[in-house]
Write a protein that binds this ligand. Structure first.
Ligand code: NAP
Length: 324
């Protein structure tokens, strides 16, 4: 009886239980024992013969993994909307389906993007540190000042699900103008009056630049030395997409030399960011540990959707969120 059940491998022990419980009803679930990404060697050894892999963005899914799993592998379910860790071409070549988690994390990620933007522009970590360590001497007119959103021009790089959700929130702060850069014109931009512009125009005009585009070959290190130099000296750069969209050394140089005003990063290269990174030493940079979608409810829903994707693929049914 049990030999007829599907075999699923889960790459860490702390995936939200609600999704794992759904899988367990119909499948034999083998899970890496720790609440940390499975080491590569262990991963390759453990997936031989499985029908499905439930993974996260920490797990690189490439030719070697697909070979190690074997030709019976039917589906990869990633608990993320980003898919830059998966070799799509190789999966497609072998007929391995990919499930991901679009939409369900859009609001949580947009909220975090706004939180990071305001934390950076209003210097919250620096201000709190100062208050705790005696730097708060009296109210002072120029103390801890930073750029405001009221009347500002905000540039969105990537205007998909998350970009639009951020733009709606940005609009409610009485911004003057919202610009966006993406390959196609978005009808949804009409809702907030966002204007499509070239990348260079967006850099030149924006007081805040927010990155919401996926990491694909065309966006890799889109933000390089020349891009930061085109931005306003007063500009705030916010990235909640993927660290690979920027040349991190160029950002460090821009922050150290006041070429831009500040940066808020939820994503870095590599992750986790080493403790000796210059980014941690810069007062004009806020670094968060990739927590864009980290609301309790969102993570539970993401886990359920990942499981639902896997189960549908295993039953040759339509997947709720297949990456095509
Ligand atoms: P989406 O709906 O697919 O939106 C992506 C946007 O980027 C679209 O506007 C797309 O428009 C644009 N784009 C794609 N390729 C581009 C290119 N070569 N040049 C310029 N623009 C390009 O995706 P989403 O759901 O909003 O998610 C966006 C990304 O956010 C994900 O890929 C993921 O990496 C990241 N993310 C991070 C977190 C976190 O925890 N920090 C959480 C969720 C998502 P066109 O196709 O018209 O160019």
């Amino acid at each position: 009886m049990s030999s007829a059940r599907f075999q699923v491998y889960v790459t860490r022990s702390d995936m939200p239980e609600c999704g794992i419980d759904l899988l367990k009803k119909e499948c034999n679930v083998k899970t890496w024992k720790d609440a940390s990404p499975v080491p590569r060697e262990e991963f390759l050894k453990s997936i031989a013969g499985v029908d499905a892999i439930y993974c996260s963005l920490s797990d690189k899914i490439d030719e070697e993994v697909l070979d190690a799993a074997g030709p019976q592998l039917k589906v990869i379910g990633t608990i993320s909307v980003g898919y830059d860790h998966i070799d799509l071409k190789e999966c497609r070549k072998r007929g391995v389906k990919i499930g991901y988690t679009p939409n369900v994390l859009t609001d949580a990620t947009a909220e975090l993007t706004m939180a990071l933007l305001l934390t950076t522009s209003r210097r919250l970590p620096e201000a709190q540190q100062d208050a705790k360590t005696g730097g708060w001497v009296s109210w002072a007119p120029k103390y801890m000042t930073g750029p405001g959103l009221n009347g500002a021009t905000v540039g969105m790089v990537g205007y998909g699900r998350i970009g639009q959700a951020v733009a709606r929130r940005v609009k409610s702060f009485n911004t003057a103008k919202i610009l966006y850069f993406s390959r196609s014109e978005r009808i949804e931009a009409l809702e907030v009056g966002a204007i499509k512009v070239s990348f260079d125009e967006l850099l030149k005009e924006s007081d805040f630049v927010i990155v919401c585009a996926p990491l694909v070959p065309e966006t890799k290190e889109l933000f390089n030395k020349s891009a930061f130099e085109k931005m306003k000296r007063s500009a705030v750069f916010v990235n909640t997409s993927r660290g690979g969209l920027l040349d991190q050394d160029a950002l460090i140089y821009a922050l150290e030399n006041n070429i831009i005003w500040g940066a808020g990063l939820d994503v870095t290269t590599p992750e986790p960011l080493p403790l000796d990174s210059p980014l941690f030493k810069l007062k004009n940079c806020v670094v968060l540990p990739h927590i864009g979608s980290a609301t309790i409810g969102t993570r539970n829903t993401m886990s359920e959707l990942t499981a639902a994707n896997i189960l549908a693929a295993l039953h040759n049914a339509e997947m709720p969120a297949e990456l095509k």
